[in-house]
Structure formats: C-alpha cells, structure tokens
Design a protein around this ligand. Structure first.
Ligand code: ADE
Length: 237
C-alpha cells in the first residue's frame, strides 16, 4: 500500500525479477490514492493539535486495506506490516519469520505519518529498517521484500543460497578473490591456490572470525557467548 507504486518497479530486476517471473513470489503495489473518494483524491490533511506537516488520513488507508484483504482467500492469515522508524529493527531472524507467511501487506507512510486510529485497526507489525529517518516507507518496504524473499524456497539458486550461510552463522563473510591472480601488485592468498579444500574452509572460518571481531564487535561477542571451543581452543561450529 503506497502513494508511489512506480517506485516498486525497482524490485522487478535481477534475482527478485526472476522470482516474480517464475511465480515464486508476487508483488502488487496498490495505490492508496485510488481509495480517496473525495473531490481531489486527497489523502492527507493537517494534524489536530497543530504542528508542521500533513498526515495521511485514516479512510483511504482503511479502504485500500479492506480491498486487499477482501481479495485474499479468507482462510489465510494476513499480517500487515507498517514500515516506521518506531518499529522493531529488521534482522535476519525477523525476515525468516515473515518468509513463513503466505501473504504480507506492507503499508508505506508518507508526509508526517498516518492517522493513529487506522494503524490501530489494521497493523499487526511495526518494523523499522534502522535508526535513521527516511522520507517514506517505500524503500524500507523494498528492503523488507528483498530480504524476506531470500528465505522463500526457490527464490535463490543453490549457489546463491550457499552464499548466505556465513551470515546465518552470526559471522561476517570472509574475503573473496577472483581473477586475475595478481592485481595492483596484490596477490591472492596462497591458501586459496592450494586446492586443499579443508584448509581453505579453515582459513575462511578464521578470516570470518577476525573480520567480525574487527568490524562488528557486537556480533563477535554474541558468537563467542554462544559457541564452545574444542581442546585446541578452536570454536566448534
Ligand atoms: N520510514 C521512515 N524511516 C523509516 C525507517 N528507518 N524504517 C522503516 N520505515 C521508515
């Protein structure tokens, strides 16, 4: 549900575009303005109590939501997510949870927000994509669609889904290299040229640990707290 449905053309590319074409997921951008049954298709108005800015009114949002839910098989449980900096901060775990739903309605706000009364009636989940403020909910909605879709069976190829395993372990990805062997005087680490699969895996895991400790000490701390070490002091995965 959005005032800017054209923005969602951006996700019809690449991996999500392929998934949409193959009918693995579908994304419909519904224009809230189509449900503003007044003179000028107006969807916003001044806020009671004063203050700067316009608020999206309850009725068009409500009618748009009702039209969508009426069009969905009533046996399906529907979650309605409002994208807002006031929500739970999106992470892999929440994405995985939402990927189990058959239907999701994403509500994108604009201006200064949406009349509280309609939010209370239709929204089941408040989700933020991070502690910063954007001009609207469209980009956050697309971020959510992208990360949730990666957990839907058939969206990623085997190669593509293998790439995600590192982060799902709670660590950052190890460094990677492609041809040429030497670039700007820098060579690819010897171990990757050795063909010794087990050593390569070990090296990659160590690199993930080093990188995570350096760049995301918060994630590293969590990993250390939840993983045991073997007799040689190496983490058991
Ligand atoms: N709308 C505006 N800013 C947002 C954010 N950080 N996350 C989700 N929705 C938003």
């Amino acid at each position: 549900m959005t005032l800017f449905p054209e923005m969602f053309d951006a996700i019809k590319q690449s991996i999500l575009g392929r998934a949409i074409k193959n009918n693995i997921i579908s994304v419909d951008a519904i224009n809230i303005r189509d449900f503003a049954f007044n003179k000028h298709n107006k969807v916003d108005d001044y806020t009671y109590g004063g203050g700067a800015g316009m608020l999206m009114q309850a009725e068009p949002v409500y009618l748009c939501h009702k039209a969508i839910t009426d069009s969905i098989d009533s046996s399906k449980k529907i979650r309605t997510v409002y994208l807002t900096p006031q929500g739970r901060v999106l992470n892999q775990e929440i994405a995985k949870e939402l990927a189990n739903e058959e239907e999701l309605i994403l509500l994108c706000g604009h201006y200064e927000g949406i009349d509280e009364r309609v939010l209370n009636e239709v929204v089941t989940d408040y989700i933020s994509i991070g502690d910063y403020v954007l001009t609207g909910g469209e980009l956050p909605a697309m971020v959510l669609i992208d990360t949730v879709s990666r957990f839907v069976d058939g969206v990623l190829s085997n190669d593509e889904s293998a790439m995600t395993e590192s982060f799902s372990e709670g660590l950052l990805e190890y460094p990677q290299y492609s041809r040429p062997y030497e670039w700007h005087g820098k060579k690819v680490p010897d171990i990757l040229m050795s063909g010794h699969h087990e050593n390569v895996e070990k090296w990659r895991f160590e690199q993930s640990l080093i990188r995570t400790e350096e760049r995301r000490p918060d994630l590293y701390k969590k990993f250390v707290e939840t993983h045991e070490k073997d007799k040689k002091g190496r983490f058991i995965r």
